[in-house]
Design a protein around this ligand. Sequence first.
Ligand code: GLU
Length: 284
Amino acid sequence: MNQTSYVGRFAPSPSGPLHMGSLVTALGSFLQAKVNNGKWLLRIDDIDPPRIQAGAIENIQATLIAHGLLWDSDAIFQSQNKLNYDTILSQLHSQNLLYPCECTRGQIKAKGEFYTGTCRDKAQVKPPFSLRIKNQFEISQINDRRLGTLKVNNQATQEDFIVKRKDGLYAYHLASVADDIQMGITEIVRGEDLITATACQWALFKTLGKPVPGCLHLPLVTFSDGRKFSKQNHAPSLDLDRPAKNLTEALAYLNLTLPKALQSNQQVDKILAWATQAWADSLS
Ligand code: GLU
């Protein structure tokens, strides 16, 4: 990869304030962009209005700034990119790769874990329906920059996944891939919980005839009982009065131990400068 053309991103959903798990993802993707002399973009995944929490967007931006994680260019908002999603849907439609599906979650579950294409050849379906993609790909492995070759469940990746939901909202895979293409993302850095999602999205990049970006998945932060830190699980939000301490903890999740002298240093820039070098060394 041409070192100067690297474009990475952090794409939080504004469903609440950032927690340690999101800080690890923000920091890992930031460091990876810096190591590659690239750009680090911020995309706010505000595509699902019922999940948006009032004040979360401002809070996310303030949190990143407090931790010295300054994004390049203006933040991108998925809520403003609907035209882009419609363009991609039109492309898929003209390739005859979309079909309406009336199945409920319960009906799908009754048949097994994955959707088996029940509505693919139906002459007529009743509204409300979702739109699914006729998935041409069955990805069984992906190459992760940190973890090497990862096997993925090819039953999951060959599924005809939803691109537009019954409620009219654009589905996550569609919106994410459409934006990653438009933003020129060359490598996606995200949490390990999204490995299967990455593989499904590879299928969409390929269907659209676009180059597939690289990927790097980061360790998850969990509670002591193993549950992943998430907004739904009420993971504690970050204390903005102690950014250096938060960064030290986030670095530990990335297997980097900040030297003692820097731990008490309140200058996040110095911490980030050390971390960029340490991250480069850890990946080489
Ligand atoms: N916005 C989603 C999240 O916060 C997706 C992130 C991504 O696509 O990397 O989990």
